[in-house]
Design a protein around this ligand. Structure first.
Ligand SMILES: Nc1ncnc2c1ncn2[C@@H]1O[C@H](COP(=O)(O)OP(=O)(O)OP(=O)(O)O)[C@@H](O)[C@H]1O
Ligand SMILES: [Mg+2]
Length: 391
């Protein structure tokens, strides 16, 4: 069992605190992905779990045992970095076997016994190599491999150590687009095959959405929200997560509350041109309160259907083949605020730059956030997932 529990984890470098009390539960066998903007603390958190950095405050448990003071090797964790960190003077085989020839027994069973015999090492390396399609490359040196092959060796080196937990820090970011897709599928397959607990850091939305059982969105050293990929997509707890998950990002419009009912509110956009009743739990909203309206590009369509309706002029059209993105004008006479406003249409759309379009969205696809950025449309209001502001 390799449940991981982080309770109130803090990390400071000198007088500067970069992680402000992180609570995360990772279940045995779960694939958890950390995402967040550059500098939000993803790698630091991973390094704290690995034991490569000391924890300033809080408790880290693995399999029910406090491991704050254990060395990396005693934690039975393997880490795969963005830079593969292979030994250049060793062959693929030697690189993969290296971890097996070192190591001491620790309280959690140790990384691997130093006494493992040659045959067992051979078996482990060949099994991992077969699973990663590295067998034909075992005699080569890292300089004779492509980036994708090197990354597979780095993953193989982690696998042979048979860890309870794998930590990956942006393992695919050095690979080209096609290799990323292949290696991503490999990692998904490995997770099923190994039944290991995996914590994975990435910048890539698609990696996060497709690989994760659970995504943790970090922002500025706090957990902004933690949930399944679809929970984060459909029920973002706050404006930060709403804007971060999904590509292109959710559109936001500023509005003012003009009426409050028991189960809905009426708002008018800042431009004064659109007035709509939205089905939200008003909480402690007051009349005249400022709110943000959020609508994803893929939830807008041409036409003047059900509800949230607007018209504008098209500034830019991006044609991707299967879809086109329309970027709508934000002029004085425009119903939109200052933000660019993106609409996803089908790839056959004949709309061109300069055209006027009517667009609409179903009310169920409209998100509303209060002035602090907290979602009013969400059904739960678990305060653990709402990033507190720094004092
Ligand atoms: N050794 C260090 N000394 C001082 N500050 C550090 C140190 N390591 C990281 N930091 C700071 O901690 C914060 C979090 O860094 P971290 O590397 O965890 O970010 P990240 O989320 O992994 O970013 P990226 O997506 O760019 O990799 C940053 O502000 C960084 O400058
Ligand atoms: Mg990082």
């Amino acid at each position: 069992m390799a449940d991981i529990k982080l309770s109130g984890i803090r990390k400071s470098y000198g007088s500067s605190e970069v992680l402000h009390g992180i609570d995360i539960d990772v279940k045995d066998g779960e694939f958890v992905v950390f995402v967040g903007p550059s500098g939000c603390g993803k790698s630091t958190l991973l390094r704290l779990i690995a034991g490569l950095e000391t924890i300033s405050d809080g408790e880290l448990q693995i399999a029910g045992q406090k491991v704050n003071d254990l060395t990396p090797s005693q934690r039975k964790i393997a880490m795969v970095f963005q830079s593969y960190a292979l030994y250049p003077h060793m062959t693929v085989y030697q690189n993969m076997a290296f971890g097996l020839t070192l190591g001491k027994k620790g309280p959690l069973g140790g990384l691997l016994g130093g006494g493992e015999n040659k045959k067992m090492i051979e078996e482990k390396v060949h099994k991992a190599a077969a699973s990663l399609k590295l067998e034909p490359l075992l005699k080569r040196y890292p300089r004779e491999l492509s980036g994708g092959q090197r990354q597979r060796v780095a993953i193989g080196r982690a696998i042979v150590r048979d860890p309870n937990v794998f930590l990956f820090d942006e393992p695919l970011s050095n690979l080209d687009a096609a290799l990323r897709v292949n290696t991503r599928l490999e990692i998904a397959r490995l997770h099923q095959e190994l039944e290991a607990t995996i914590i994975y850091v990435t910048h890539d939305q698609v990696e996060a959405m497709t690989l994760a059982d659970k995504i943790v969105v970090l922002n500025d050293g706090y957990v902004a929200q933690c949930g399944t990929p679809l929970e984060l997509y459909h029920q973002p707890a706050n404006k930060f997560v709403a804007g971060f998950i999904g590509s292109p990002s959710m559109n936001f419009l500023e509005a003012t509350v003009t009426d409050i009912g028991p189960e809905d509110i009426e708002v008018v956009l800042s431009s004064g041109k659109v007035k709509v009743r939205l089905p939200v739990l008003p909480g402690d909203l007051a009349l005249d309160a400022r709110v943000s309206i959020g609508i994803r590009p893929e939830h807008l369509q041409e036409g003047s259907g059900e509800v949230f309706r607007m018209s504008s002029r098209v500034k830019v059209v991006e044609q991707l083949g299967e879809a086109s993105y329309l970027y709508l004008e934000n002029g004085e006479d425009d119903p939109f605020c200052n933000e660019p406003f993106c609409v996803k249409t089908n790839g056959h759309s004949s709309i061109r730059t300069g055209d006027s379009v009517d667009i609409c969205a179903a009310l169920s696809a409209v998100h509303v956030f209060n002035a602090s950025g907290i979602a009013l449309t969400r059904t739960t209001t678990d305060s653990r997932y709402i990033a507190p502001r720094r004092a």
